[in-house]
Design a protein around this ligand. Structure first.
Ligand SMILES: *[C@@H]1O[C@H](CO)[C@@H](O)[C@H](O)[C@H]1NC(C)=O
Ligand SMILES: *[C@@H]1O[C@H](CO)[C@@H](O)[C@H](O)[C@H]1NC(C)=O
Length: 462
C-alpha cells in the first residue's frame, strides 16, 4: 500500500502519515452479533485535488442478520459529540433489522476520536465544515457499497441516511447533494435553517414551560430577572453569589447565563418539561437565591459540560475525546449562528446574552475571523426551501429547535414533515426506544416512517 508522508511543520506537528482512502487492509464485515468498531481513512481536504492527506474516521457496524446479497445500508450520521452505539435511540436500528440491513454509525470529523490533526488550533478548524462532513459521508458510503457489491455480488444497495439535530440536517443535505448515493433521508429535528438571531428558540421555552403552569414560567423568569438585576446594579458580590453555587465563580457573566439557562432548556428540549416544572413548582415559595441553590444541587452538570460554556476553557485546543465544546462552538460561530438570544420581554433567559454577546464570545475564542456566515450557509444548502425528494422530517412540538426545522410537507417531492404535538415531545423524539408509555401520536409517526421506508426500499409495503 502506498504511503504518503506529509509534514505539517507550520502547525507544529511532526510528520503525518497519510494512507490511501479506504478500509484497512484485509478488513471484512463480520457477521458476529453486535456492533464492531473500525476505522476508515478519509480525505482531510475534499475540495483541493492536490491535497492527498487522510485521517482516520471511526465507524461502528452491525452486520448480524445482514442480507449480504440484497440488504440495504442504514447509515446513522453522528454529529457534534463522541460517536458510538446510542443505546437510548435504538428505534432506527430496529427498523433496519426488519429489512435485514447493515447498520452503521459514522463519527463526524473533529469529534470523538476522528481527528485530522493532533489538536484543535483555529487554523486546523477550517476543515471543520458541514460540506466536508458530507463529502466524508459520500466517500465512505461509496466505499461501503462498492465493497459489499464486489464481494457479494448483487445490485448496488439502497442507502438510507438517518440523523438527529445537526446530523438530521446533514442527513437531509446529504440526500440533496448526493442523491446518487443515498436513496432517502430520515431527518429527525433537522436544524436546516441557519439563523443568527434565534430568539424563537427562547420563545419556545416560554410556551413549553407554560404548558405545565404559570408558576413554572414565572419561576424561570424570576431567576433570570434576579440575575439581570444584580448585573445591572453592578452588584459583583451578588452575581458571584449565584455563580458560586454552581462552582462557576470565574466564568464570564454572559457565559454563565448561557450555561445556566441551558440547564433549564435541556430539560425541555429533551422531553422532561413536566419533571422540570414539577421541580420548579416545588421550590417556587423559596427566595430566588434559594431556588438557585436548589437547582444547583438538583441539576448541577459535570465539569466537562460547564467547560463547553466557558470561553477561557474553550480557547484550549487540546483534544478531549469525550468533549466537543470547542469544535461545536467553532461550527455554530462560523457556519450556523443558532445564537440563542432573548425573545423580547418574556425573560426566559438573561438579557446578558443578546446578539452582541455571541459575536464577542466567538471572537474571544477563535479570533476576529470567527464571524457567523448563516446567510452563506443558507445560500449553499437552501434553508427551508431546500429542494430535494425522499426526505422524512420530524420535529417535537415542545422542542425549541423546531423553529429552524422543516415543518411543511411537499408530497409531490415525497418530502414529508410531521410536528409531534404530544406531551413532552422534544428533540429527536421518535429516534428513542419504543416504550409502553409512548403517546398515540408518537406511535403513529413511527408507523408512518416504517411504511415510508418500505416504499423507498421496495416500492410497496413490506
Ligand atoms: C433500547 O433498546 C435496546 C434493544 O433494542 C436495548 O439494548 C437498550 O438497552 C435500550 N436502551 C434503553 C435506554 O432503554
Ligand atoms: C401562561 O398562559 C396563560 C394562558 O394563556 C396566561 O394567562 C398566562 O399569563 C401565561 N403565563 C405567563 C407567565 O405568561
Amino acid at each position: 500500500m502506498k504511503l504518503i508522508i506529509l509534514c505539517a511543520i507550520a502547525l507544529g506537528l511532526s510528520c503525518v502519515v497519510g494512507q490511501e482512502i479506504g478500509f484497512r487492509e484485509g478488513f471484512e464485515f463480520s457477521e458476529e452479533e453486535g456492533f464492531h468498531l473500525e476505522q476508515f481513512s478519509n480525505l482531510i481536504d475534499h475540495f483541493d485535488p492536490a491535497d492527498e492527506r487522510t485521517y482516520k474516521q471511526r465507524f461502528w457496524y452491525d452486520a448480524n442478520g445482514f442480507d449480504f446479497e440484497n440488504g440495504p445500508i442504514f447509515l446513522y450520521i453522528c454529529g457534534e459529540y463522541e460517536c458510538g452505539v446510542n443505546e437510548a435511540r435504538q428505534f432506527p436500528v430496529e427498523v433496519a433489522k426488519e429489512h435485514n440491513a447493515i447498520f452503521i454509525y459514522l463519527e463526524h470529523r473533529f469529534y470523538g476520536d476522528s481527528h485530522p490533526f493532533s489538536n484543535l488550533a483555529t487554523d486546523n478548524l477550517k476543515y471543520l465544515t458541514a460540506r466536508h462532513a458530507l463529502a466524508d459521508i459520500a466517500v465512505f458510503l461509496t466505499h461501503v457499497n462498492d465493497k459489499i457489491v464486489s464481494e457479494h455480488k448483487g445490485e448496488k444497495r439502497k442507502i438510507i441516511v438517518v440523523g438527529g439535530s445537526y446530523p438530521g440536517a446533514l442527513s437531509a443535505w446529504f440526500r440533496m447533494k448526493y442523491p446518487h448515493i443515498a436513496d432517502a433521508s430520515w431527518a429527525s429535528s433537522a436544524v436546516i435553517n441557519a439563523v443568527e438571531n434565534m430568539d424563537l428558540f427562547d420563545w419556545q421555552i416560554y410556551e413549553s414551560s407554560n404548558r405545565s403552569s404559570d408558576t413554572c414560567t414565572r419561576a424561570i423568569q424570576g431567576l433570570n430577572l434576579e440575575y439581570d438585576k444584580r448585573i445591572q446594579n453592578k452588584d459583583k458580590k451578588g452575581v458571584k453569589e449565584i455563580k458560586d453555587l454552581f462552582g462557576a465563580s470565574a466564568m464570564h457573566d454572559g457565559d454563565f447565563a448561557f450555561y445556566f439557562i441551558d440547564i433549564i432548556v435541556g430539560k425541555i428540549q429533551y422531553g422532561s418539561r413536566t419533571e422540570l416544572c414539577t421541580f420548579l413548582e416545588s421550590i417556587s415559595e423559596l427566595s430566588v437565591i434559594d431556588q438557585y441553590r436548589q437547582i444547583a444541587t438538583h441539576y448541577n452538570d459535570p465539569v466537562d459540560e460547564k467547560n463547553s460554556y466557558d470561553r477561557n476553557k474553550l480557547k484550549d485546543p487540546t483534544i478531549v475525546v469525550s468533549s466537543s465544546g470547542r469544535a461545536w462552538t467553532y461550527q455554530y460561530c462560523t457556519e450556523f449562528g443558532f445564537f440563542q438570544t432573548p425573545y423580547p420581554d418574556i425573560h426566559t433567559r438573561s438579557d446578558t446574552i443578546q446578539r452582541k454577546y455571541w459575536d464577542d464570545r466567538c471572537i474571544a475564542v477563535f479570533g476576529k475571523d470567527a464571524i457567523a456566515q448563516a446567510r452563506e450557509t443558507n445560500i449553499h444548502f437552501g434553508a427551508l426551501s431546500l429542494r430535494s425528494s425522499n426526505i422524512f422530517f420530524t420535529n417535537g412540538g415542545e422542542d425549541p429547535w423546531r423553529w429552524v426545522g422543516v415543518t411543511a410537507s411537499d408530497e409531490s417531492m415525497n418530502k414529508i414533515s410531521r410536528v409531534l404535538q404530544c406531551e413532552n415531545c422534544g428533540h429527536c423524539v421518535e429516534l428513542y426506544n419504543e416504550t409502553s408509555e409512548d403517546s398515540d401520536e408518537l406511535k403513529a409517526v413511527r408507523s408512518e416512517i416504517k411504511e415510508w421506508i418500505d416504499i423507498i426500499l421496495y416500492g410497496h409495503l413490506k
